[in-house]
Design a protein around this ligand. Structure first.
Ligand code: HEC
Length: 185
């Protein structure tokens, strides 16, 4: 009963968000969204990864990841050194977690291409080539140990600033949540 109600509620909520792409999910919707996401929203389940499954693909994917994704996901895909990762709503996903690794390659590719509305995960189609996204998926399948690639430089430089922000801004989380990367200077 409860979950059927929750499911239809979530579909209604998500339809609204998809239509206008604004707003931020509350914690209840978030939990529900997580459940329905895999089954309802995320497409591409049976798409096969056309990028060769070899080290060259992984390395190329790693390069693209380092350009486009590290700002939120860290160089290792596990949020290493990303100070706001847990403050986003929902938090930046740990790409090595079982939840994420349970997606098929096709679903990961779909997520990268389309993003996750209304969270902070952007859509990349039009920015990245299809082939580049498939190679990023290869990299996501072979993420290095957490912390092994160090921290994104941009945050290292500002470490002191962020430490102050974190200690001073505990109760100051951005209520909107939908626009995470506030790194304007
Ligand atoms: C502006 C910050 C930001 C950038 C840049 C970003 N992501 Fe994300 N990403 C997020 C957030 C936040 C989530 C969590 C979304 C959720 O759980 O709904 C996420 C989730 C994901 C997920 C898991 C989705 C799920 O179902 O939980 C994958 C896979 C992913 N990102 C891959 C990438 C890749 C690959 C790139 C670079 C091409 C990238 N992200 C760039 C913020 C970002």
């Amino acid at each position: 009963m409860r979950s059927r109600l929750a499911l239809s509620l979530a579909i209604a909520v998500m339809a609204t968000f998809t239509a206008c792409k604004v707003g931020s999910p509350g914690s209840v919707e978030q939990g529900v969204m997580k459940e329905v996401k895999k089954n309802v929203t995320i497409g591409g389940k049976n798409d096969q990864n056309p990028a060769p499954d070899n080290q060259a693909s992984i390395d190329e994917g790693k390069g693209h990841f380092g350009h486009h994704c590290q700002i939120c996901h860290g160089l290792d895909g596990q949020n290493t050194g990303v100070p706001f990762a847990q403050q986003m709503s929902p938090p930046v996903a740990d790409l090595k977690s079982n939840d994420i690794q349970a997606y098929t390659d096709g679903q990961l590719h779909w997520i990268i291409a389309n993003g996750i509305a209304p969270s902070g995960m952007p859509a990349w189609h039009g920015i990245l080539e299809d082939d580049e996204m498939w190679k990023i998926v290869r990299f996501i399948r072979h993420l290095p140990p957490k912390g092994s690639l160090g921290e994104p430089d941009v945050f290292k430089e500002e470490e002191e600033e962020h430490k102050q922000m974190e200690s001073g801004a505990a109760g100051h989380q951005h209520a909107g949540g939908a626009e995470p990367a506030h790194h304007h200077h």
